[in-house]
Design a protein around this ligand. Structure first.
Ligand code: HEM
Length: 564
């Protein structure tokens, strides 16, 4: 659509009106109508506000948007919750009320216990409508029976790929990839972030495509993960573009080529043949011989049965990277920050690991039950600085609902503020202190918390993270192996002074991670170092069956397809 077409009809009426009634009268009529419209709309906003959970007074049209801080709105919502002394806050993004849950018990009541009501997603203009839309499970509405059917199919297919039972089958190569991380840490410890990203990407790539990612410079990391990082900046409420389109939705209607504020969002992401990058990647893996049990082969096999659209195949396979790679690697970076900033928490872990595991082998999945402190340590990593700090995408009720007498209207944007939930002094005294004892049974530091796990890092109810089992098992193993293998100490500046770390210096994305920081990794003993080398070499040899390359590059994919 040409940009002029957008304004064609209103312009026509305006010209007609001016010739009939004169410019002054027409302008007055437009002004009066607009003012009445805004007043009526504002009256409706104030009426809703009187019924909904408390929050700051919204202004007409812009709501509270410009009260948002420049970054990290989750801290602001935590402050509002304390100010109003209520677990639920209503905050208006333009003319849309959003509800923020700042307390574990309320989150559990609404999103878990009333999961059947809070199972949908709200309208997410920037993240969903200008992105993968309703083809992607992450964005799917569940308001109508047809939507719910589609949602169930996609959840089921995710489950077939990374469900609790299924991921046990991946333990062997996940273990091997984690051994490679420890091995790489001996030679290039300064690149620990790259090692974590490679590990996390490789695990989901083997699951999905039967191909490992052997090198940190593999384009699947350099291209795709970079795009995912940018995507994670979306959906964090903000007062600058592109998120400002949530406040002024009309701006999203302007074609992307004329709308620099859209930051390229909404551009046609498929080629003339309707295939996008991840579909092509999936098709390539499906056509490759071998690894018949990989996820995309299952998807292509099931496609006729479920009438899967290519965009659904693309989203289901692309989500492995999108949802599973940055999240897992960021969690490991947080673990390193905790190890560096809270060295006193390492001694009980080493005592336990030396007693149960020793130096001749590294910890394995089978040790989990015998390493209660290590288990608590990893739980505390998930709690202390949860990567999906606002619980991922918002939920939305499929009908009007009431909590404590407050109305939460159907389709409202309802967001779990994990930052506030995991920093509540009632459940987690001295919350910024990394303290695994919170998760040790009968410890004086343990407090009641809803649910078995003791944290809400993976979301809630029917939208709970599909990859939780995979992420939990891999994170446990990799952190246990790092703790077993290394002392994480300070790096030193040119004058020999230790470089401090800042436990609050995190990024601003939907998935947050620590800003780059320097540390040193030293193997805990010569015997351990030798074990890491031996196991690393063996792991590389066992993983060789997954070596392979893709011929596609995201950075050039759309250009080439358009030209062909
Ligand atoms: C540390 C790692 C991870 C964390 C912290 C995490 C966290 C989350 C969170 C908070 C949500 C939103 C839940 C909600 O709406 O209530 C989510 C959704 C999702 N996650 Fe994860 N995730 C992780 C890893 C993974 C992995 C490895 C995969 C797949 C291989 C995955 C796939 C998904 C999918 C498909 C959804 C959308 C579910 C839906 O909308 O129904 N995640 N994740």
């Amino acid at each position: 659509m040409a940009i002029e077409q957008l304004f064609d009809t209103p312009l026509h009426f305006l010209q007609h009106g001016i010739s009939k009634f004169g410019t002054g009268n027409v302008l007055l009529a437009v002004l009066v109508t607009a003012t009445l419209g805004i007043l009526a709309d504002y009256a409706w906003m104030l009426y809703l506000r009187s019924k909904m959970p408390p929050g700051p007074l919204p202004l007409p049209i812009i709501g509270n948007t410009f009260q948002l801080p420049d970054t990290k709105p989750w801290i602001y919502f935590e402050t509002l919750s304390k100010k109003y002394n209520t677990p639920l806050i209503t905050f208006w993004i333009g003319r849309n009320p959003t509800v923020w849950i700042n307390d574990a018990w309320t989150a559990n009541e609404l999103l878990d216990k009333r999961a059947g009501i809070y199972c949908s997603r709200p309208r997410m203009l920037v993240f969903a409508e200008l992105g993968a839309g309703q083809y992607n499970l992450v964005n799917m509405y569940t308001t109508t029976p047809a939507e719910r059917d589609r949602f169930r199919i996609q959840r089921k297919l995710m489950h077939q790929g990374v469900g609790i039972q299924q991921v046990k089958k991946y333990r062997s190569f996940q273990d091997d990839e984690s051994k490679v991380v420890a091995y790489d840490m001996l030679t290039t410890p300064e690149n620990y972030v790259a090692h974590f990203e490679r590990y996390a990407t490789s695990v989901v790539s083997i699951i999905g495509f039967g191909r490992r990612v052997a090198d940190s410079n593999d384009p699947i990391i350099t291209d795709v993960i970079a795009v995912m990082h940018r995507a994670a900046d979306l959906n964090v409420p903000g007062k600058s573009f592109p998120m400002l389109m949530e406040t002024f939705p009309i701006l999203a209607k302007v074609p992307t080529e004329f709308a620099p504020w859209k930051h390229g969002l909404g551009a046609r992401r498929t080629t003339g043949r309707g295939h996008d990058f991840f579909y092509t990647l999936a098709k390539e893996a499906n056509d490759n011989p071998g690894h018949d049990d990989c996820y995309v082969k299952m998807l292509f096999k099931e496609a006729p049965k479920y009438n899967l659209h290519p965009c659904e195949i693309s989203a289901l396979s692309g989500n492995l990277f999108g949802a599973g790679s940055d999240t897992s690697s960021s969690t490991l970076i947080t673990a390193v920050l905790a190890m560096r900033a809270f060295p006193e928490t390492m001694n009980p872990a080493w005592e336990e690991l030396d007693r149960v595991v020793g130096s001749d082998r590294s910890p394995s999945f089978d040790d989990d039950a015998n390493l209660p402190y290590m288990r608590a340590f990893v739980k505390e990593v998930f709690r202390w600085r949860s990567v999906a700090i606002i619980g991922g995408q918002p939920h939305a009720p499929v009908q009007d609902d009431y909590y404590n007498g407050w109305l939460i209207p159907k389709s409202t944007w309802v967001q779990g503020n994990v930052w506030a939930i995991h920093r509540n002094e009632r459940e987690f005294p001295d919350p910024d202190r990394f303290n695994p004892n919170r998760f040790i049974k009968d410890s004086p530091d343990a407090r009641p918390f809803p649910g078995e796990r003791g944290y809400m890092t993976f979301g809630w109810g029917r939208r709970v993270c599909s990859g939780q089992a995979l992420a939990e098992q891999g994170t446990w193993l990799t952190i246990a192996r790092l703790v077993w293998g290394f002392r994480v100490g300070p790096a030193f500046d040119a004058s020999g002074k230790p470089i401090p770390v800042d436990i609050f210096d995190y990024t601003n994305g939907l998935n947050m991670r620590p800003q780059p920081f320097k540390v040193t990794f030293t193997p805990r003993s010569e015997a351990i170092r030798e074990t890491i080398i031996r196991e690393g070499k063996q792991a590389l040899s066992d993983l060789a069956q997954f070596n392979g390359e893709t011929k596609y590059r995201m950075s050039t994919f759309y250009k080439k397809q358009a030209a062909s």
